[in-house]
Design a protein around this ligand. Sequence first.
Ligand code: FAD
Length: 521
Amino acid sequence: MSNPTIAVVGSGPIGSTYARVLLEQVPNARVIMFEAGPQLTAVPGESVRNIPDPAEKARAREMSQGPQAGAYRESLGIPAATVTEGMFTARQGTHLLDFGGVGSAHAPSFPAAAAATNVGGQGAHWTCATPSPAFSEKVAFIGDDEWDSLIEEAKGLLHVHSAAFADSKVGEAIRRLLDGEFGAELPEGYGVGTLPVAGDPQPDGSVRWAGADVVLGPLTDKASPLSQRFELRDLTLVRRVELDGHRVTGVTVQDLRTGDESFVPADVVVVAADAFRSPQLLWASGVRPKALGHYLTEHPVVISTVALDADKMKQFATEEDLDAELARRAQNPADPVAAVNRIPFSEPEHPFSVQVMYSESTPFPMEPGTPYSDNRWGYVNMGYGMRKHPRYEDAVTFDEDEQDYRGFPNMTIEYALTEREEKEIAEATERLRRAGKALGVFVAEPRLMPNGSSLHYQGTMRMGEADDGTSVADPWSRVWGYENLVVGGNALIPTATAMNPTLMSVAIAVRGARKIAKELS
Ligand code: FAD
């Protein structure tokens, strides 16, 4: 095909993966990326965690909060939805789907469901943890060799480093204490270690966190020829994917600054607009496979905060080591993440993904004078992520007769944990107690977060090997029956996983992009 145009809906890490791979592999292709939210940083899609000034960082986060964005959103002339007293609050930079105002989704059983609406998507706000899927987390119909090559390419696109903060003596002491508690129970190769993160370690010991910016790479660098064939339109909402029978012809977009709608023709459309808004867009466009919106999973999460015990820590680190760590932290006090450790998922021994983040302060205020409120050895924030086993009835559904605040068919989310998950949650909570005792004293007891808190929403456009009604996309991420309509994101993940999903979703997107590239060439 001569000079094909690819329309990408959504500018998060997944849409950016499609743009990058396609422009690199199809020499005459052009990519237009549509993003409903505003651009936050000079380099499109950069992590807001890299913004050193706290006021600027807060403003960038507010700009991402869609219907809950307050003054910034109003200044764009986009009506803000009402915020109801007593509602859950979303993580900074995100906005709840069920926010309780006009046009709010209905999700009492999944109350913490949230999204980000900005260039870079949630990838401008994420924690950058990038473990690889293992055992039954992987997609069974993709062979191991191909899978390994996809994961390697995904790691390169996201700038994944396995040894960030590995030189931290405080981090090492935490690892050794955890290893003493759990090491003997864990299989070889899946013991306590450092957490792979997406970012570039800097000479001063800090990390420049990765967002969609590093995935886009040369596409936004004016000096690169690839940038000539790439266009990013922010504050542009894709309203419909247009079809001629079972072929996509392009997208109808609305410029949110002017309200004007127009049709943009495209040879391929990639929908990567998150695990709720992608199926919503497909449904609104009349693409409604049986599995669309169903098999919703996430990670039940149990979290706690522990004050590190000086005597325990001093078995493996000195006061001088601590001073060195605190000096490093002082260079970027606005970044809450320092040494990060983990225990990965393994089967059957350890069906959990554990994250242990060191911090010199607690993520919540503590009254001065209360025990451990000023703990010289600092704290760890620990979380156990668990599996949710896919079921058809856990689903987002859409209502033709009720519009949401954007004028799309409104969403209702139905979701329940079953005995299977309750059992794993109880086991994880028990292990979290053991981990806390091994390290120090709880200043926040283990607690199960409300459904939706993980921000890792999966399964609503799952990929499958056969068009049997239990999947939305084929093994190359094309919607069954539509060969030029491609979907991307965590929604494609068909398995029950415990690990953070973005690396896996980028790997799946690389596979989809390679396939389109082959066909277009
Ligand atoms: P998104 O990043 O959500 O991007 C989708 C984009 O599509 C959004 O910008 C949205 O505005 C846009 N969009 C939606 N509808 C339309 C439309 N109709 N027209 C145009 N644009 C549209 N994952 C990990 O793996 N590790 C972590 O440590 C981690 N930590 C996280 C911490 C936080 C605070 C958050 C918020 C997320 C975290 N995640 C983490 C999740 C991670 O950010 C997501 O997995 C990833 O961003 C998904 O990428 P995506 O491109 O599929 O979707």
